[in-house]
Write a protein that binds this ligand. Structure first.
Ligand code: ADP
Length: 262
């Protein structure tokens, strides 16, 4: 275990040996706990949408079988579509988490138009499924192309915007991009439930869910992945939040990732 964990190479006394072994065993227990938690979360998160889809399909079958009943099939198909979207998002979170863990995140940087990417993702991901609550989209400064990985940037933005919708019920979120000479700052602002101050330090830990998240669904993995992606792009992901007032997540990225990545 000691060699595997790379804890110590030179152990002189018996006492030191015992201490190192104890630490190694503790770490192994922690990892095993995380693994169990992961399996439990995965099972739970997949079971609910699958059950919803199953009952919608049963209702469709029922309506089709009884010709006299008016057929609200499109409503049930819509539910299935939404649940498939949820499962797809979940899978993408789990796959990203496992890629991160195995060190398999590769940055494929190229020049791209961040404003166009945002417009595209707002219309594809957030125009239909969020009750028509349109995101306010603002661009400040002189817009320019970004040399970064558009796939990773898109993943982070989808995650932050999905949270902004999920944790607020009335006002739509704001997506604000501020172009500066050598960096771009992207703000995702919501006026939702916010995050209790005392819990904000845990936000970027795997499986963390704030105490006020209640029954709102989630895995507690999205932000961990998002922060790691942003750091792979030599950027920074931060948050400011006030309970009952709302949250602002801020992603800062260099205009040219290659300058900092070397
Ligand atoms: P998930 O949303 O799947 O639970 P995340 O890692 O994206 O996982 O978020 C972790 C937790 O942080 C959430 O469960 C929630 O408690 C809190 N959180 C994240 N974004 C927001 C937000 N915009 N408003 C309020 N709470 C948030």
């Amino acid at each position: 275990i000691i060699r595997h964990l790379g804890v110590v190479t030179d152990i002189s006394s018996q006492k030191e040996k015992e201490l190192v072994l104890q630490q190694a065993l503790l770490r192994t227990q922690e990892l095993s706990q995380l693994k169990s938690q992961f399996v439990a979360t995965v099972s739970h998160e997949f079971r609910t949408p699958l059950a919803t889809m199953q009952s919608s399909l049963e209702l469709i079958n029922y309506h089709l079988a009884s010709a006299a009943t008016p057929v609200p099939i499109s409503k049930h198909l819509r539910v299935i579509e939404q649940e498939i979207e949820k499962v797809t998002d979940l899978l993408s979170d789990f796959l990203s988490a496992s890629a991160l863990e195995s060190g398999n995140i590769r940055v494929n940087a190229r020049w791209f138009d961040l404003v166009a990417l945002c417009e595209e993702l707002l219309s594809t991901h957030f125009s239909r499924r969020q009750d028509q609550r349109r995101t306010h989209f603002l661009v400040e400064g002189t817009a320019c192309q970004l040399y970064s990985d558009p796939r990773l940037v898109e993943h982070v933005l989808i995650n932050l915007l999905a949270n902004a919708f999920k944790f607020s019920t009335t006002d739509p979120p704001t997506l604000r991009i501020e172009f500066k000479p050598s960096e771009v700052v992207v703000y995702v602002i919501d006026q939702g439930i916010g995050i209790p101050l005392s819990e904000q330090g845990n936000l970027f830990q795997a499986f963390f869910r704030a105490s006020n998240a209640g029954a709102i669904r989630g895995t507690g993995l999205g932000l961990v992945i998002a922060r790691q992606f942003v750091e792979h792009l030599c950027g920074h992901l931060g948050v400011e939040s006030q309970e009952h007032k709302g949250s602002t997540f801020t992603m800062t990225l260099p205009i040219d990732f290659s300058v900092l990545a070397g």
